[in-house]
Design a binder for this molecule. Structure first.
Ligand code: PDD
Length: 287
């Protein structure tokens, strides 16, 4: 059975969902997106994703076509209309719409944004073996543009990064700029040293992860020490633990960086505890 997807107000089978060849998302990468985790048919960190979506649109002077309540209704309707979809994520994309022809300048204000949402099933998301085993990463230069705080669909460089990781027989790539780690190809990254959780401070250099925000809040509530500062690859290799966060993997340990094991090369107690705290706390606010 094919998925039912949402396109500009309609719930339709995925084969029928068609977007113009002149759409700015297709021609210019002029679109923003969100991925909201779904566990047992419930939306995780929904409010955070809606707020970041509004911010991304605002930064790009794009209309925000849907209210929070409308977005919630669409997310829930997709879950309802795709009964086999239990765990995974809902992908949302809003582009600047169909400009009628290719042009660098933004189209007139009456051109409507293109809104697409669809489910992506990943059953057993909570039991991903990587959460128990940890993952290995390599580092590569961060060659992305400098507005990484806006969640745009310009994902060519992250795709190249994932391919570089694949060729190196590891799981992911960490970006490095001016000697410091910025973030992972699709996640925020952390090290643990002497019980302290260290992660880069928010700026235009990284995406302001929704999982990051929730995790740091829960960690602070659990009296854990947090230091928001940049760190190097050498520090990560000499750390007691490393891990990453994202809406699609929650909290996942990193056990090797550029061929060197992090501590014993096994997931550590802090990352394991943070994953437990994150899953327990976020489940409480799931919608
Ligand atoms: N990626 N940094 C980057 C570059 C990301 O692409 C992501 C998310 C994150 C983590 O953000 P959050 O915790 O809000 O998911 C950080 C999503 C999951 C993706 O592209 O599929």
């Amino acid at each position: 059975m094919s998925r039912i997807v949402y396109l500009n107000g309609d719930y339709i089978p995925e084969e029928e969902a068609k977007v113009s060849i002149f759409d700015r998302g297709f021609v210019m990468g002029d679109a923003v997106y969100e991925v909201t985790a779904v566990i047992g048919g419930k939306l995780w960190d929904f409010e955070g994703h809606v707020k970041r979506l509004a911010r991304s649109l605002n930064e790009l002077e794009m209309q925000n076509p849907l209210t929070r309540d409308e977005l919630l209704e669409i997310h829930r309707e997709l879950i309802k209309r795709n009964p086999d979809f239990i765990d995974g994520g809902i992908y949302l994309q809003i582009s600047r719409g169909n400009a009628g022809d290719r042009d660098f300048a933004f189209p007139p204000a009456d051109v409507k944004p293109t809104v697409v949402l669809y489910t992506q099933a990943k059953n057993g998301l909570l039991d991903d073996p990587k959460a128990k085993k940890g993952i290995k990463v390599i580092s590569i230069p961060d060659l992305r543009w400098h507005r990484r705080d806006i969640k745009t669909v310009q994902l060519l460089y992250p795709s190249l990064a994932k391919m570089a990781a694949k060729k190196a027989h590891v799981d992911d790539a960490w970006f490095v700029e001016d000697g410091f780690v910025t973030e992972g190809s699709s996640n925020n990254v952390y090290i643990v040293k002497d019980g302290k959780i260290i992660t880069r401070a928010l700026s235009n250099d990284i995406l302001h992860g929704i999982t990051r925000a929730a995790l740091l809040k829960y960690a602070a509530e659990a009296q854990m020490q947090i230091e928001e500062r940049s760190f190097t690859i050498e520090e990560a290799q000499a750390a007691d633990e490393a891990f990453f966060t994202s809406a699609s993997a929650f909290v996942t340990p990193v056990i090797e960086v550029d061929g060197k094991p992090v501590a014993s090369g096994k997931p550590g107690p802090v990352a394991t505890r943070l994953r437990e705290i994150y899953l327990a706390e976020s489940a409480k606010t799931a919608l």
